[in-house]
Design a protein around this ligand. Sequence first.
Ligand SMILES: Cc1ncc(C[n+]2csc(CCOP(=O)(O)OP(=O)(O)O)c2C)c(N)n1
Ligand code: SF4
Ligand SMILES: [Mg+2]
Length: 247
Amino acid sequence: MVEKRIPQLLVEDNKFCPGCGHGNINRVVAEVLEEMGLADTTVGSLAVGCACLMMDTFGVDWIQAPHGRAAAVGVGVKRVRPECCVFTYQGDGDSLAIGLSETLYAAIRNENITAIIVNNGIFGMTGGQMAPTTLSGQRTTTSPKGRDVSITGQPLNIVNQCRQLPIGYLARGSVASAKDINKLKKYIRAAFETQMSGGGYSLVEVLSPCPTNWKMSLEKSLEHIENDVKPIYPLGEFIKKGEKTDA
Ligand SMILES: Cc1ncc(C[n+]2csc(CCOP(=O)(O)OP(=O)(O)O)c2C)c(N)n1
Ligand code: SF4
Ligand SMILES: [Mg+2]
């Protein structure tokens, strides 16, 4: 049996709940950064949410922005240190609610950074409130009867919002299966390659389970992503090297 090496960037065990998708995403990002030789020159920008649990366990330089502002802060870092690999790592509540303006304007300006957005359909860290990505009919602590889109509007699809923009790379992946994780690694690598070749803004949204706040076992959480989340948020690469794909 081949032993799989743990990336050195993962300096401590992660602090996420058992079964949380953030842990898989951390591992994929760490593997890609190491394989690309970027481990020592990467700066991560994050703000609030369970993403912040990475700051002690994921060994790049971190800068913490106010809630929602990771893209603005990341852009500032990249502009003064263009030789660095700069990525934002944010939840859907942080990046697409209070931070939507910063997220979209970084894309509109085609800033040369990479955004990783973790879509678990809720505000995880604060106890499972409704997020922009919450599905129609989904029960959360602030939509106990299920999200009523006649009141809240439709779930926000950041891939569709960015698809018309002149950006370098756009993809949506998932950590719901080993096959999905392998594909996600390709997407994250393509995003970082886009940035390091000066190809402009790259964004990878990742469908991710929050078993704690979904109040589901991990097994049920993965079934939920497969059966309910993916039909609304399909996976694929939507922009590559600045060109729209047929996905
Ligand atoms: C100014 C401000 N308002 C509210 C909060 C409370 N808060 C902490 S985390 C969070 C959102 C977390 O949700 P998400 O970004 O989806 O991350 P997740 O935990 O789901 O990965 C909020 C609103 C805060 N930290 N700062
Ligand atoms: S609350 Fe949800 S998103 Fe946060 S660490 Fe736990 S499972 Fe992960
Ligand atoms: Mg979330």
